[in-house]
Write a protein that binds this ligand. Structure first.
Ligand code: TMP
Ligand code: ASP
Length: 236
């Protein structure tokens, strides 16, 4: 698979065309942003960890019946994925209160919910990714009602699989963000990444944060947290 022209670059990734119009190559960077891009930095080794961890988790999800964009890992940082048209929604599942949920509703972090919650944000940098409900998403033609129903079903299935998987590694899956894309035939598949950038992971015993919150909140030990998640998921 040959890398051709760069199609676009985002905060943490570059995307390249290939000789096959149905496939693109994603290249993961060490760059990190937070607070709507206000805070910038690098997390050394993050690109390779996120690439390999995300690919591993997508493989696991495929086996559990969740279709994804994943095709083939090319190297530490590069992966071939199916070219999709991204549904412009960030889909957030929460098992425990944290982050913007705790802030918005004025509650502490760490409240364990009886059942998981779902919310959507409209992916739009100019508007700073505002919260949106499914009726508004349909009204704005961001997705159809059927697509939203399918996205919800897949997102809760991802939660079920990943929550159990991480529990086995001594990691509590607090919350995470997913993105979905459409294949040319209209099938909706899981896209983007699943990594410490996009999930909150707490050590089940100590409660220690093992994710990007260490960067967002200037806690230090960012690289070590990513390394620890890599060790638990991928070994070595
Ligand atoms: P939040 O509590 O800040 O809304 O974040 C919820 C989850 O979504 C958390 O695991 C981090 C992830 N997330 C992203 O992956 N990208 C984003 O831009 C935001 C705001 C959150
Ligand atoms: N707000 C997102 C985060 O906290 C990322 C970003 O601002 O680019 O992870």
């Amino acid at each position: 698979m040959e890398k051709r022209e760069q199609i676009y670059e985002e905060k943490a990734k570059k995307v390249y065309a290939t000789e096959d119009p149905a496939l693109v190559i994603v290249s993961y960077k060490d760059d990190a942003t937070a607070l709507d891009g206000l805070k910038k930095g690098t997390i050394s080794g993050k690109g390779a960890i996120n690439n390999r961890m995300s690919n591993f988790l997508m493989g696991l999800l495929e086996k559990e019946g969740v279709p994804t964009h994943f095709v083939k890992e090319l190297s530490d940082r590069e992966t071939v994925v199916k070219r999709v048209s991204i549904v412009p929604l960030e889909v957030i599942i929460r098992n425990i209160s944290a982050g913007s949920f705790a802030k918005r509703y004025g509650v502490e972090e760490g409240i364990v919910f009886d059942s998981p919650t779902i919310e959507f944000s409209y992916k739009n940098d100019d508007l700073h990714d505002p919260l949106i409900n499914s009726y508004h998403a349909v009204a704005l033609k961001l997705a159809t009602e059927e697509e939203i129903a399918r996205i919800k079903e897949m997102a809760f299935q991802v939660n079920k699989v990943l929550k159990a998987y991480f529990a086995g590694l001594g990691v509590t899956l607090v919350d995470f963000k997913l993105e979905f894309g459409r294949l040319p035939d209209g099938t909706v598949v899981l896209a983007d990444e699943i990594s410490p950038d996009t999930c909150r992971f707490w050590d089940s015993k100590t409660g220690e944060k093992l994710d990007k919150d260490r960067f967002r909140r200037d806690m230090g030990g960012v690289e070590d947290a990513y390394e620890e998640m890599k060790r638990r998921v991928l070994g070595g």
